[in-house]
Design a protein around this ligand. Structure first.
Ligand code: ADP
Ligand code: ASP
Ligand code: MG
Length: 478
């Protein structure tokens, strides 16, 4: 089959009756244009957080607390079923949802007795949102006259065993995906696959990290050799900045894989940071579209954009970060300090957002998630105990409440002076820059600021570099 499309519907696109109706109509409308449509669904919006809250309540022994949330989750799904179907139609799905939620109750009960939850346990808990919703959405499609079947991605996507942030094993996944999905597509059935989840080779359920349904869609797309992958969300496409923070954002009509990769890595929530990895090599275009404004063209993400925007394309932010600085005059010329530093950070399983070393070799700075700052500084203090005693290293400093703002765009490579404009905009608004790095690809410039200045930094850079350029070049928003 040549023309296969994977369509992923995010949480708000499948979050209530009206959204589910709209999303299922979209599939009905596009069905004839493709040899096969594979649907990937997220949990209903809010449900993943509710599930996580169940685990937190269970951990502190608040049994009533998690039972109440479980009831709310049940109600949310039953309300949808009862509105869309009459009771005869939905009894089977209600039974399945009840079964999944009683599983959740038992898991929470064991957590409450043990007083702790493992990453593996958390994955089983958060998977339930997608597992319930795939059943609901598939039933709605059937009700609209479309042949459809829910499928658990545990049967399709094989991953490593990094619970909560698993990566796919593409070769193994491809075999399973082709074997399971091709026969369904040939029969005209629309499989509704649970986003966000996979399983290890020995069948343990894993998740691909928060927002992972985008990643599920691109994994499926690459493995089945889809012609295109579409993600349906609640905004008109990838925008020049987070629309919740910056007004006058622009929908970017075309982006390269590399640009969108940088944007997602540096905090643009619209796509999971790893989404482009599986489809990039196969050159499968990715479209980001708005479920609630489905005629808008959205954003097309491809290898090479036909028209490069003059300066920067987008600005994004990652919040809740800390800067760790290792400083000392005795570090100069000493080999191995950097290697030991990063080996120590790796042992704490913290990912480093950015790194900077001063040219005099008297300090190494790096940025990590704030929640890891304590453990990282403790481990570094142990690792460098001798150097600290000898005063070769004078201090390991932890600075919290930091955000990293990134300015991204292929156009920056060819346009001199963008960095100057960025830092002028910051200076004019008294925004203090703590640390700067330029991506080795020259597609991005990132800098750390105090979190309370991050939104202002985004707004001012957007105004100066993106809006002004749009205005002066006469480009229109949509
Ligand atoms: P979904 O559930 O459909 O995956 P998400 O909430 O994960 O949706 O992502 C979409 C949201 O990402 C948008 O509603 C928007 O508020 C936010 N967002 C942040 N940065 C951007 C950006 N640069 N472009 C578009 N949306 C963005
Ligand atoms: N439901 C998951 C989350 O909220 C995955 C997703 O929506 O993409 O993180
Ligand atoms: Mg998302």
């Amino acid at each position: 089959m040549k023309n296969i499309v994977v369509m992923k519907f995010g949480g708000t696109s499948v979050g209530d009756v009206s959204a589910l109706n709209t999303s299922s109509s979209i599939i009905k409308m596009h069905k004839e244009n493709w040899d096969g449509i594979i649907v990937v669904v997220s949990a209903m919006s809010g449900v993943t957080n509710m599930l996580l809250e169940c685990a937190t309540k269970a951990e502190i022994g608040d049994n009533q607390g998690y039972e109440m949330i479980i009831d709310n989750i049940r109600q949310k799904h039953f309300d949808v079923l009862n509105t869309i179907f009459n009771t005869n139609h939905n009894q089977k799905i209600e039974d399945e949802i009840n079964l999944l939620l009683s599983e959740l109750n038992s898991i929470c009960y064991s957590i409450s007795i043990m007083g702790e939850v493992t990453p593996r346990g958390l994955d089983v808990i958060v998977s339930l949102g997608e597992r319930m919703n795939a059943r609901v959405f598939s039933a709605i499609l059937r009700d609209k006259g479309i042949l459809s079947q829910p499928i658990e991605a545990t049967q399709l996507i094989v991953t490593n065993n990094i619970f909560q942030n698993a990566s796919p094993l593409m070769d193994e996944s491809e075999i399973k995906i082709k074997k399971e999905l091709q026969p369904l597509l040939k029969k005209g059935i629309v499989p509704v696959v649970t986003g966000f989840i996979g399983a290890t080779k020995d069948g343990k359920l894993t998740t691909l990290g928060r927002g992972g349904s985008d990643y599920s869609a691109s994994i499926l797309g690459a493995c089945i050799d889809a012609k295109e992958v579409w993600t349906w969300t609640d905004v008109d496409g990838v925008m020049s900045a987070d629309p919740r923070v910056v007004s006058n954002t622009i929908v970017i009509p075309e982006l390269s894989f590399i640009e969108v990769g940088e944007m997602a890595y540096f905090g643009a929530k619209v796509l999971h940071p790893k989404t482009i990895m599986p489809i990039m090599d196969k050159n499968i275009p990715l479209y980001v579209k708005n479920t609630f404004n489905s005629h808008h063209l959205g954003t097309k993400i491809i290898k090479n954009v036909s028209k490069k925007t003059g300066k920067a394309t987008a600005v994004s932010v990652i919040k809740n970060l800390s800067i760790i600085t290792i400083a000392g005059k005795g570090m100069m010329g000493v080999t191995g300090i950097a290697a030991r530093t990063f080996a120590t950070v790796a042992r704490t399983k913290s990912s480093i957002v950015m790194i900077s070393q001063s040219s005099s070799e008297q300090s190494i700075c790096f940025v990590i998630p704030e929640e890891k700052a304590k453990i990282v500084s403790q481990e570094l203090t142990t690792e460098f105990q001798r150097e600290l005693e000898r005063d070769d290293i004078s201090a390991i400093i932890e600075r919290n409440c930091v955000s990293v703002v990134s300015v991204i765009g292929e156009g920056m490579r060819e346009t001199p002076g963008v960095a100057g404009e960025i830092f002028t905009a910051l200076g004019e608004n008294n925004i203090n820059v703590i640390l700067i790095t330029q991506g080795s690809s020259e597609y991005s410039i990132s800098f750390a600021v105090e979190s309370e200045q991050a939104n202002l930094a985004m707004q001012k850079i957007h105004q100066k570099i993106i809006e002004n350029h749009q205005n002066s070049s006469g480009e229109k928003n949509e």
